[in-house]
Design a protein around this ligand. Structure first.
Ligand SMILES: Cc1cc2nc3c(=O)[nH]c(=O)nc-3n(C[C@H](O)[C@H](O)[C@H](O)COP(=O)(O)OP(=O)(O)OC[C@H]3O[C@@H](n4cnc5c(N)ncnc54)[C@H](O)[C@@H]3O)c2cc1C
Length: 461
């Protein structure tokens, strides 16, 4: 039975403690956004504290055909937590207990609202390491990371969120609470349903608990900065390092436009005339770290590096990372709008993809900044523009389509870590077949027959 929008808040207050429900226009406006410029108002906000509360909301929403949009911290970059069809913004950010750190099994059990950076620091204090490191880690939640399969610089050596999720508690739209996987490192008991929910962008179930794998903390690390006169040489050095028998912990690339935006923003003394810099980190046992750093130094020299610098202490390390971590705010300050993409290509295709992006920038006469996780093939071309300039926006749209087409042609795809959400769904046909989209829709229908959970995301119905 459909429900009148104006009674939704009142209905939710009957299901949850009333102070956890909001439906005033100011609150609805706060929950209308994520990290994109997309906006859609929810009709009410439910801040939940337990799986039982989530189940009550989902049961009610299924009975009354009300959309429910799960939300962590709202930092997503594809519109995933924007309530495109109104309904309930289901906020998990208050479920922030780290329930257990099991040092002998090297596992942690967490609620979905735990902030990623807080979790990393907590496990480090226990001598352990949780590698997934999105640049938003001081704000985003582990639930949002799992729903987006978030990644970061550590992806090149340590993989992304999916590689650390061994167990989940998920509430599905019927209100049933599923417990999937657990602390077992090996588990082939039926379909791998844990991974079905990882990266499902809040469309299949609501994550209310996760069991995460941890690693021993590497005892040593070294951070290096390689400055290149030519972007092409930097891209070739990336391929050379990865083929050279060394797997760095991070291998990040910044092009000349990113260098200059960061320099305008922070005045760190970066070389404005260099076409690219690589930020490289190796970690592990001290002797291995020394040996790997030497190999990387040699390969960069063979590929024509202008200068190669190794941080002497953590202060210098932090200074080097500051440049990389400041790219997003720096490029946001450069022009009124930025449109950030997130393509992922085979590592070997990095030089070709960089050249393609430069060609597209020229063809459409647009400033495109290139940076990203070059070591794992995940590049973030960011178009600097002004959304108020409709003529320019037409060129931007065509440039975005050209970037996706080039990525797919080179064996890549539309997103490495930000997901599809609302912002990339019109390009799905470039990367996946109609049969694949139909299979996704069939899976969605099996779990969510009334289509209440984050409807209208990932593909167009
Ligand atoms: C400055 C900046 C830098 C960023 N850098 C990176 C980066 O380096 N790497 C990267 O991967 N991402 C990055 N992001 C994107 C974003 O931070 C990640 O996608 C993050 O995982 C989103 O977490 P969140 O808690 O904010 O989730 P939200 O934005 O609230 O939600 C994201 C999606 O997850 C779903 N969801 C949230 N919680 C749950 C839950 N408990 N159960 C089911 N579904 C849920 C939502 O419905 C939505 O579809 C960046 C964003 C910003 C603003």
């Amino acid at each position: 039975m459909a429900i009148a929008t104006r009674s939704l808040g009142a209905d939710l207050r009957r299901l949850l403690p009333p102070h956890q429900v909001f439906d005033g226009i100011e609150d609805r406006t706060l929950y209308a956004y994520d990290g994109t410029s997309l906006k859609a108002l929810p009709d009410a906000i439910a801040q939940v504290r337990s799986a039982a509360e989530v189940a009550a909301v989902l049961r009610f929403a299924s009975d009354h055909a009300v959309p429910v949009v799960p939300r962590g911290a709202g930092t997503g970059l594809s519109g995933g937590s924007v309530p495109a069809q109104g309904g309930i913004a289901l906020v998990l950010a208050g479920m922030r207990s780290i329930k257990e750190i099991d040092t002998s099994s090297m596992m942690a059990v967490v609620e979905p609202g735990v902030i990623t950076g807080v979790f990393q620091k907590t496990v480090e204090e226990a001598g352990l390491f949780y590698p997934p490191d999105p640049a938003s880690l001081n704000y985003c939640t582990l639930g949002g990371n799992i729903a987006e399969n978030a990644g970061g610089p550590h992806g090149v050596k340590y993989g992304v969120t999916k590689d650390y999720v061994l167990g989940l508690e998920v509430v599905v739209p019927s209100g049933d609470v599923l417990r999937l996987g657990g602390k077992q490192i090996k588990n082939v008991t039926g379909y791998n349903l844990v991974q079905l929910f990882v990266g499902s962008e809040g469309t299949l179930g609501v994550i209310t608990e996760a069991t995460l794998r941890l690693l021993p903390r590497p005892p040593a690390k070294k951070t290096m900065l390689a400055i290149f006169d030519r972007l092409d040489d930097a891209a070739t050095a990336v391929a050379g390092i990865m083929a050279g028998g060394v797997t760095p912990a991070t291998l990040e690339i910044m092009d000349q436009k990113s260098i200059n935006c960061v320099e305008d923003y922070l005045k760190l003394g970066l070389p404005r005339d260099a076409e690219a810099i690589l930020l490289i980190e190796v970690d592990g046992m001290p002797a291995a770290v020394e040996a790997e750093a030497e190999v990387i130094d040699r390969i960069c020299r063979e590929k024509g590096v202008r200068s190669f610098q190794t941080a002497k202490d953590t202060k210098e390390e932090d200074a080097l990372w500051k440049a990389r971590r400041s790219i997003s705010p720096a490029i946001s300050a450069a022009r009124p709008s930025k449109i950030g993409e997130d393509i992922s290509v085979p590592r070997s295709a990095i030089p070709a993809m960089v050249r393609e992006i430069q060609r597209i920038a020229k063809e459409y006469d647009l400033p495109i900044v290139i940076f990203g996780h070059a070591g794992d093939g995940n590049l973030h071309p960011n178009i600097l523009t002004d959304r108020r300039d409709h003529k320019e926006m037409e060129r931007v749209e065509r440039a975005i389509a050209a970037i996706f087409e080039a990525s797919v042609k080179l064996g890549g795809t539309l997103s490495g870590e930000h997901g599809i959400g609302l912002s990339k769904q019109s390009y799905m046909g470039l990367a996946v077949s109609n049969q694949t989209v139909k299979l996704m829709a069939d899976i969605k229908r099996a779990l969510d027959p009334k289509n209440i959970l984050n409807p209208g995301k990932i593909w167009r119905a």
